[in-house]
Design a protein around this ligand. Structure first.
Ligand code: IVH
Length: 678
């Protein structure tokens, strides 16, 4: 078979197999027999054997969890595993309590407070007291069968005490004890291997081991926090009573749980949790509060994705102290220079932090952090770690004051701080390899020109080999030069060049985002592109004209003017035009205006839409899309894992629409789901 034919067939097989995997694992509605599926998989394996250059990282042959062989089988949960809404302040906690009290028309009858264990949710099913199945949460509806692995977790009972019902499903959190994590990392380091980053990810990886012996070796543990589906179980008045019963049957129930009467009790519990969170052998990421009376739970019910009768209170960011070993700088895609602290590794907020941003020179001075200082580092959730400040009592005699270097360490051009600005800039333009690297990475990224295969690794290769010296060079890459690169073959070069060719046709908003103009991200770029429809017109627009546009203020217009005034940027635009990059959008065809007058917010993950395509669908019908819920919002489209916006909408009484209704709305218009603009 010719390479071309093989490439085509492999892509076809990959797409088909991915589709069948989805139907089998997620929809649980396979449309081919196992034998047919196997035949496809075998054909792909054979093709990839004969043409190894065709193997892609995302090929189903490279993935674990394929449909046959050693996969974890899908498990449909009898009752959906819900997630919890979050609050992060006492005010929003009180607002939750108020909503609950309103729904019940009285104060709830006591609250069960529990630690929110930072691990992974599992469902365990017992048949007549014997562990029959363990499953991951998955998407809440369908998880994966990990029975063999959960059997190895010592705190999970294999058989229950007398009195177990016919069917008993419990939910809980598998976690890696802090001590087991420390032990594991000690062993890793002894072997000269890389330490694991945090207990949660390590626990998640451990339960998905193909070999249960490996799971057993990780010393995982569990706390059970919820009763699930049962047949033949006694009835209970409250959650805490059910937990007590589960404890009697042999399940590990966290002794830190407590029942309190009112909001003051909840606040006391939260304060206590903050005090002793580090004395425990498990990590927590919050506190869970549940209406204790099961009658209250039933009366309060559920929203699309979570119970109204429970809430997760996120704990404030964690702080730890460590040594500031050095201060270095980064040059970002705009040339902005950001100092950052090089830290002695410290485990904080669930990860090992080795560097933290210091924002700008003024910040370094204001905080008075010096090289050699012991500093406080803070990290919350996914947020970038930051240095809070030095512990002055521990300042060593030789602590060194840091100053912004006069010249860029990457390109040796002067670093300047413009009057009135907080951030210094490298003046090297695209001569600066650090700036160019960040710029290219951004330029090719998903929300921008979306050039597949052009991540940091490829960017670095192109830069190191002198193949690219400014962003527009991407569009005139020399095929022969690429083919000479080590490890690059015909296929990878074709793939990259194909992706780049495709990027020439991106909509204007993507190109505008890719240019990386300060203050012009995806949303503003959409607005500008929608209004002007051509890059030339945007760059030539007068400030007054710009500021008349809804969502464009003086700062944005100033930023555009500054960008356009820069020779290097103008040359870049010229080069992009010469390379044949599309810089204008066609005039829109007249479309339907069924949603004119509606203001819409979209949140969460939708199954059949990306955020962009959902947005485009409503904008195309004349609606306005905004980023936050307010009194002006007509409705909120809420996908899976919708968070604070959903809570806000409920609080304001804004109509919430799930994906199924959203599709009807698009297909049949607002009346079909009872919506009006009033
Ligand atoms: S109750 C319907 N209790 O937090 C009630 N969840 O976003 C569902 N979690 O997926 C959960 N500790 O993995 C509950 N004491 C606790 C918990 C807890 C940790 C996790 C659980 C869930 C997530 C909620």
């Amino acid at each position: 078979m010719a390479t071309e034919e093989a490439t085509r067939r492999a892509a076809e097989l990959r797409a088909q197999i991915a589709d069948h995997n989805y139907r089998y694992h997620v929809l649980v509605l396979p449309i081919v027999t196992d034998a047919e599926y196997d035949a496809m998989a075998r054909e792909l394996i054979a093709l990839e054997d004969s043409f190894p250059e065709l193997v892609t990282a995302d090929s189903p042959t490279q993935q674990v969890g394929s449909r046959t062989g050693d996969a974890f089988a899908p498990v449909r949960h009898v009752e959906r595993l819900m997630s919890l809404d979050n609050v992060d302040s006492l005010e929003s906690l009180e607002a939750w309590r108020d909503r609950l009290a309103r729904a019940l028309e009285r104060e709830p009858d006591g609250y069960a407070c529990e630690m929110k264990i930072d691990g992974l949710a599992v469902s365990l099913t017992y048949q007549s007291g014997v562990l029959a199945r363990g499953a991951t949460r998955g998407d809440g509806t369908t998880g994966e069968d990990i029975t063999a692995n959960v059997r190895t977790i010592a705190s999970i009972p294999l058989t229950l005490a007398a009195g177990a019902p016919e069917v008993l499903e419990v939910r809980g959190e598998i976690y890696m004890p802090v001590s087991a994590f420390a032990d594991l990392n000690r062993r890793q380091l002894d072997k000269g291997e890389k330490p694991y980053v945090n207990p949660r990810n390590t626990a998640a990886g451990s339960v998905r081991q193909k070999d249960p012996n490996k799971t057993a070796d990780r010393n995982l543990s569990i706390w059970i926090y919820q009763l699930g589906h049962t047949v033949g179980a006694p009835t209970f008045e409250c959650h805490s009573e059910a937990m007590q019963w589960l404890g009697d049957l042999g399940f590990p129930i966290n002794p830190d749980s407590a029942v309190v009467a009112d909001i003051a009790g909840i606040e006391e519990y939260v304060e206590a949790a903050l005090r002793y969170r580090h004395d425990r052998d498990y990590e927590i990421d919050g506190v869970v509060i549940k209406a204790d009376a099961l009658a209250d739970q039933t009366a309060a019910g559920f929203t699309a994705k979570s119970p109204r009768w429970a809430i997760a209170y996120k704990l404030p960011p964690e702080e730890k102290s460590t040594i500031l070993e050095d201060i270095k700088i980064n040059v970002g895609r705009t040339g902005a220079v950001t100092p950052y602290a090089v830290l002695e590794g410290v485990f904080v907020g669930g990860v090992t932090v080795t560097s933290a941003t210091l924002h700008n020179e003024g910040e370094v001075q204001r905080k008075d952090v010096r090289i050699g200082d012991t500093v406080i580092v803070r990290r919350a959730g996914d947020v970038i770690p930051e240095v809070v400040g030095p512990i002055l009592d521990r300042r060593p005699a030789g602590a060194k004051v840091w100053k912004m270097p006069a010249r860029c360490p990457f390109c040796n051009n002067p670093i300047v701080l413009a009057e009135g600005e907080a951030k210094a800039k490298c003046t090297g333009g695209f001569e600066c390899p650090s700036r160019l690297r960040e710029y290219l990475f951004h330029f090719a990224s998903r929300g921008a020109m979306d050039i597949e295969g052009l991540g940091y690794k490829t960017v670095d290769t192109l830069l190191v080999n002198g193949i690219i010296t400014d962003p527009a060079d991407i569009f005139s890459l020399d095929r022969a030069a690429l083919l000479e690169l080590e490890g690059w073959g015909e296929i990878s070069v074709n793939n990259l060049l194909g992706a780049i060719e495709g990027a020439k046709e991106r909509p204007l908003a993507r190109l505008l985002t890719a240019l990386g103009i300060r203050m012009i991200g995806g949303t503003v770029a959409e607005t500008l592109a929608g209004h002007f429809r051509s890059l030339e017109r945007i760059l030539g627009a007068a400030p007054e004209e710009l500021e008349e546009i809804d969502g464009v203020g003086p700062e944005i217009s100033r930023s555009l003017a500054e960008w356009t005034a820069d020779d290097a940027n103008r040359q870049l635009v010229e080069k992009l035009l010469t390379a044949g990059v599309r810089t204008s959008d066609p005039e829109p065809a007249p479309t339907d205006t069924s949603l004119a007058g509606f203001t819409v917010v979209i949140t969460g993950t939708l199954e059949d839409f990306t955020r962009d395509s959902a947005k485009a669908a409503v904008v195309d019908r004349g609606a306005k899309v905004t980023g936050s819920v307010s009194g002006k919002t007509s409705f909120l489209v809420a996908g899976v894992a919708a968070g604070s916006k959903l809570a806000k909408a409920e609080q304001l009484g804004v109509r919430v629409i799930a994906e199924a209704d959203f599709k009807r709305l698009l297909a049949e218009g607002p009346a079909a789901i009872g919506l009006t603009t009033e």
